[in-house]
Structure formats: structure tokens, C-alpha cells
Ligand binder design. Structure first.
Ligand code: BG6
Length: 476
């Protein structure tokens, strides 16, 4: 059995659903300069907001104005928690102001009050793929150490303001995405970095990572000073990397690639860089500039729990000749044992159980699965009844993954605090900017060009998840 206080719920991020991108004094954020793309065409990063371009996040699903209706639907499903992020540029529009924007703070007061009034614990990501664009333009983003102070000023403002409304905080969403330096969207969304022509991207990225790890550790300390009951976690994109064969060289290659993930959790949980960091950086030609005191900061600001997103696994083959262009995940070869989604993401529930085991064995800290879900093209039914989409494929994916969480808890004794389904209501896809890559239990009438009434309607999975929560995961 899962524990009675298991945190069932859903997850979203401000920039993917709030819209109202210039309302309430909000400044432009790094996600506002991303156009829409699709499975073949990547999203473009524009030079500021350009007339004539379509930016899907500007409207999102207008959650900013419609959240009471949505929160009521979440309550109907029985959510015990709801994960969202605070849009940093609502609070500090340019990022470097001395005082926060009251209108922005007031919006989240209303939202968190609404959630609590409907029986949901807010789970809040401090920085989910959007930083004030001003910080990118004026300071070069997190490559600049000054960003540590701006991040802390922002954290202090929201920690103090919501001290009695929010208990669970996540530092930087999927901080490890940016280690893939081939896709500039990650540097922008993780760190407000726009790469310059010809610069060493690895150097810039790993320096930014250091600043973020220091900033995160300082935030943990500050948060605990403001309210010792705060639970503050890191947030990782967790993709387990399997060896392509039992050739020990593949095993070593997989171990090597997992270092890109473990490095972060090692610092967050153990409070210091692992020894392999030095050889990783040397291989990449990276030299991290640190300041006296950084070691102590990292040691004193370790997290209370680990949170992660889990969508897929990947496979590494040590041979340079291997076809690594297979599917979904950079540098991965096809896994013949798995099925893939329409976006090439490997469907692997056992990989979730495996990951939970790996992380728990290594750290013995509670783990929160704050993202898991199935992006799919939904077809509206010709004659809708109680629901408008018959999304059995989504139910099948979630059922298998929840089953994996249960096995991890019940059989392997992993301490899992909760599970929140990504995009519990349809939102703009982060990776492609499409709207037709849908994850929700709740359908939103909107298309890839931004047309639609934004009306909400239940899918079949809505009723399924309602039953899952009501039985605490016993009826899947
Ligand atoms: C995670 C992010 O990477 O996966 C979310 O934290 C994102 O912001 C989600 O939306 C699913 O990815 P995508 O590209 O299908 O939207």
C-alpha cells in the first residue's frame, strides 16, 4: 500500500499555461521569445519579441484568468497537491529590481489561497524554464555570478510572502537539461544564456551550473531560516541510460553518461562535487571558477528531497560507428524491447522503478516524482458523452508507470512522497511549442496556430485518475 499521505496530483509550469504575458506588470521572460515548432522543426529563439512571429506561451491556456475553473476540476479529480511554478518575471520584471512587483505577488497569493481552499498543497518550482529576459540581455544569464544574488533576492521575496501557504519548493526545473549543449534552447531556458558565436559552450554551461548549484544551496539555507518546516528539493530530468549490450565497454559508456545526471544529485544531496567531476571537466576542457567559501556553501545547503521528471529511458553504445540518431533522446540507440511515442520517446515503466531504486540506494532521501505523462495527439469523439476524448493510450501509460512506483514503494521499499502527472490540463509543449502534443486529463480547445475557444472538457482519463486517487492507487 502507498502511504495515506501520498501526494497525488498534477503538474504544470507558469510559462506553459498562464498566458497574460504582459499583464500585472510582468516582464518578458526567456520563454516568451520561443516560437512554436513541431516534431520536425525546432522552436526558434528570436531576438526579443518580434512582430509577425507566433509565440504560443504568450496566451498559454489563459490560466491567469481562468484558474478558479481549473482548480475546481483538479479538486473534482481529488488532487492532494498541485505543482506549478512562479514566473520570476512577474515578481521581478527585469530581474534586477530592488523591490518585487506587488501585482505579481498578489496573483500567486490568490492562486495559492484557491488551491488550499480546495484541499490542495501547492508544490512550487522557483525557476521552471523561464528567467527574466532582462537577465539574459544585461548580464548574460547565469554565466554571470551576479545572477546568484538576483535569484536569492527573488527566493527571499517569495519565501517570505508565501511562508504560510507553500511548504514544498523546487529549486531549478530539470537543471541537467543544459548539459546537452547542442540545443541552445536548454541554455536559454535553464540559465538565460544566449550562446555567442564561437564560444566554448561547455565552458559557459558548466560555469553557469556552478553558479546555480551555489545559488540553490544558498536558497535552501535561506528557506530553512525563513521557515524551518519548508521542504526544499532539487529537480532533475531523469533518463536512465542503459548499455546497448552486456559488453563491459557499453556498461562503462553508460556509467560515464550517467555522470551527467549524478553530478547534480551528488552535489545537491552530499554537498560537494564528486571526484569524477574533475575528469569530466578536464575531458571537456572546462575550468570552473569558484570563490573561497563556495565549498562551505554547497556543504551547508543540501536538499530535503529529490524530485524528478521521468518520461523515458535511453541506450548508449560505446562504438563510435553506432547509429545514435535513433529516437527521442540525443546520442541514444533504439531499444528493441520498447515501444516509442509519436515523438520518439521510449515508453519504459520499468525504467522508472529502476531509477527510483538507483536514487534511493545512493542517497536514502525521499523522492518525489513530480512529472510523468504521455504526450499524444488526441482525437475529439464524434458524439461526446461524459468525456470528449477516449484516451486509453494515456491511461495505459500512466497505469504502468504508477504500477512501477507502487512496486518501488511496496516491494523495494523506496521512500516516494508523491506523484504528479505532467500537463494534467493540456498546455503548450515545452520541447516543440505545439499544442497538439497533449498530456492532459482535461482537454483545452486550442490548436497549433493558437485558434480555439480555450474551453475545457474532460477526457476519459479524468475519471480514471479520479478513481486512482480515491483508492490511493489500489484501483488502476
Ligand atoms: C519536462 C518539462 O521537460 O517535460 C516540462 O519540465 C515539459 O516543462 C515536459 O513540458 C514535457 O515535455 P514536452 O516537450 O513534451 O512538453
Amino acid at each position: 500500500m502507498l502511504p495515506d499521505n501520498f501526494l497525488w496530483g498534477g503538474a504544470v509550469a507558469a510559462h506553459q499555461l498562464e498566458g497574460a504575458y504582459r499583464e500585472g506588470g510582468r516582464g518578458i521572460s526567456t520563454s516568451d521569445i520561443l516560437t512554436s515548432g513541431n516534431a520536425q522543426t525546432p522552436r526558434q529563439i528570436t531576438d526579443g519579441v518580434q512582430p509577425g512571429c507566433y509565440y504560443p506561451n504568450h496566451e498559454g491556456i489563459d490560466f491567469y484568468h481562468r484558474y478558479p475553473e481549473d482548480v475546481a476540476l483538479f479538486e473534482e479529480m481529488g488532487f492532494r497537491c498541485f505543482r506549478t511554478s512562479i514566473s520570476w518575471s512577474r515578481i521581478f520584471p527585469q530581474g534586477d529590481e530592488l523591490e518585487p512587483n506587488e501585482e505579481g505577488l498578489a496573483f500567486y497569493d490568490r492562486l495559492f489561497d484557491e488551491l488550499r481552499a480546495h484541499g490542495m498543497e501547492p508544490v512550487v518550482t522557483l525557476c521552471h524554464f523561464e528567467l527574466p529576459y532582462g537577465l539574459a540581455m544585461k548580464y548574460g544569464g547565469f554565466r554571470n555570478r551576479k545572477l546568484i544574488d538576483f535569484y536569492l533576492r527573488y527566493c527571499e521575496a517569495v519565501f517570505r510572502r508565501y511562508k504560510d501557504k507553500v511548504k514544498y519548493w523546487l529549486l531549478f526545473n530539470e537543471i541537467n537539461n543544459q548539459t546537452d549543449t547542442t540545443r541552445p534552447i536548454y541554455a536559454l531556458t535553464n540559465s538565460a544564456i544566449l550562446f555567442e558565436e564561437g564560444e566554448n559552450r561547455e565552458q559557459v554551461t558548466w560555469q553557469a551550473v556552478h553558479h546555480e548549484l551555489v545559488a540553490g544551496a544558498l536558497a535552501v539555507r535561506l528557506g530553512h531560516e525563513i521557515n524551518p518546516a519548508f521542504q526544499i528539493g532539487c529537480m532533475m530530468a531523469w533518463v536512465p541510460i542503459y548499455p546497448a549490450s552486456c559488453n563491459p565497454k557499453d556498461m562503462l559508456a553508460a556509467t560515464d553518461r550517467m555522470h551527467d545526471r549524478f553530478l547534480f544529485t551528488d552535489v545537491y544531496v552530499r554537498g560537494h562535487y564528486p571526484d569524477y567531476a574533475a575528469s569530466m571537466w578536464a575531458k571537456k576542457g572546462v575550468h570552473i571558477k569558484t570563490q573561497p567559501g563556495d565549498e562551505k556553501i554547497l556543504a551547508q545547503g543540501t536538499v530535503d528531497f529529490i524530485s524528478l521528471s521521468y518520461y523515458m529511458s535511453a541506450v548508449v553504445d560505446h562504438r563510435e560507428s553506432a547509429d545514435t540518431d535513433a529516437k527521442g533522446f540525443a546520442g541514444s540507440v533504439t531499444n528493441p524491447y520498447l515501444q516509442y511515442s509519436d515523438w520518439g520517446w521510449a515508453i519504459d515503466p520499468d525504467g522508472l522503478r529502476y531509477s527510483l531504486n538507483q536514487l534511493y540506494e545512493r542517497y536514502e532521501l525521499p523522492i518525489f516524482v513530480v512529472e510523468n505523462g504521455f504526450g499524444a495527439y488526441d482525437q475529439l469523439m464524434n458524439t461526446p458523452g461524459d468525456y470528449v476524448v477516449e484516451d486509453d493510450y494515456r491511461i495505459a501509460y500512466l497505469r504502468a508507470h504508477i504500477q512501477a512506483v507502487k512496486q518501488a514503494v511496496e516491494v523495494d521499499r523506496v521512500n516516494v512522497m508523491g506523484y504528479t502527472v505532467w500537463g494534467c490540463i493540456d498546455v503548450v509543449s515545452f520541447g516543440t511549442g505545439e499544442f497538439s502534443k497533449r498530456y492532459g486529463f482535461i482537454y483545452v480547445d486550442k490548436d497549433d496556430q493558437g485558434n480555439g475557444t480555450l474551453q475545457r472538457a474532460k477526457k476519459k482519463s479524468f475519471y480514471w485518475y479520479q478513481k486512482v486517487i480515491a483508492t490511493n492507487g489500489e484501483e488502476l
